[in-house]
Write a protein that binds this ligand. Sequence first.
Ligand code: HEM
Length: 471
Amino acid sequence: KPPGLPPGRWGLPLVGYIPLTTRSLSQQLADLRNKHGDIYIWRIGTHLHVFLHDHQLVKEAFNRPEFKDRADLKAFRFMDPDIRGLVNSNEDLWHNNRRFTLRQLRDLGMGKSMLVSVVQSQASLLVEELKKQTGRPAPIPNAITLAIINVIWHMVTGKQFTLKDPKIRQFSKILDETLRKINLLMVPDYLPWLRSLLPNTVLRWIFGIDEVSDMREVLYKFFIDDIKEHQRTLDPNNPRDLMDGYLIEMEERKDDPHSTFSEEDLTVLAFDLFVAGSETTTNTMIWIIYFLTNNPQVQSKMQAEIDQVLPPGTQATLQDRARLPYTEAVIHETLRKSTLVPLGVPHVASQNTTLGGYVIPKGTMVTCSTLTVHNSDRYWDQPDHFQPERWLDHNNKFTTKKEGFVPFSIGKRQCAGESLARMELFIFTTTLFQTLNFSVPPGKTLSLEVNSGNAFFRLPIQQDLLVTLRK
Ligand code: HEM
């Protein structure tokens, strides 16, 4: 182990440190943090990871230019052999796509009415789907995923599908399978020597690389058809959606040799927005339903607040946020407790440097240990408890700025869709709980355990709930 590195798990060459334990990943990270403090290493395969546990340390690292890049993992280059899009790109390409996307999200109605009304109508459709299962125990329907996909679909292409449309169902299925497969595809990234050990055909078979190529073709077609249609109907003076915005900027920069805008890049950017924005928001919404189902008093208190502010038949808008502090508190407490992205998305050191007094070699992956930060008694009084009240001040006003709260990460790579996600969670929560009540079916319990088998996301386990119509 080179001198000066943070303490932690170094392990063996080629394979790194393989834990021989039945303790879960989160327990192991908590153990490491208790043993080594706020900064520790874990070599996984050939990649050295540094985990950061302290809010200020994460803030410092993720705001420094040498930690803003993503690692070059083949699994993430799934849609295109070249690095494109936003989530995995670096340098000018990342800078241009991030600036473009943030501007689009703002211009397409963040805080204004257009996107809000799309979210409202998707939330109402979901209520209608849930009404169909009132009185009989059933899991949350897949319509929740479709509704969230539809919001992004509208933002990107200006369209919405009906929940029955086979196209959105196929799209959702492929997106889901893709995310599952990406986990497996990462194995050769972490154990690159497998590529020289095993024949290519065997490697492709074990890691399902051919199936992934087929899915890529289908996804690519989804986007390219829409891009072509947008090109045919584009009015440069009236951009309708993100695709129009991109095509206009692509055209304006066509003579600029440094332009990074291209049709191929637009397909990956669109794909990135779906990958980053659908499972995350959908599953956080499911966690909100689960936490409220398991805490009926909290659910009633939130419903009473909603009833006071929103007359029957009206839906919340963003202006209502200040008037619904308890609802905001419930959403934020769920974001903390569920920690959907437990280890964030790794950044990589682009040069040799130091952090927290330790040496960080170029190529080291740097990760915020979000899960342990969200459960640390340094930041949270009784962190195990689900306590929305901790988000309210003595005047009962909601307070956002919380040291130790990093569900969307911080710094230069901070989630580009944070405001959209918060808006969706607010409107879906108010719309659902205004009309419906969620409870545990008689004689059953609802587990808040995490579905193991996905390293990226802490996904809830699918279980039956009882939906009833509120009077
Ligand atoms: C509850 C919902 C969400 C959560 C918990 C979440 C969380 C995160 C996290 C932890 C990151 C990694 C940041 C880093 O690298 O330091 C991220 C990145 C990102 N998110 Fe989100 N996200 C959510 C919803 C969304 C939505 C709705 C969109 C947009 C449609 C979105 C778009 C992105 C993009 C584009 C990135 C990559 C940013 C970059 O690399 O510069 N996210 N998100």
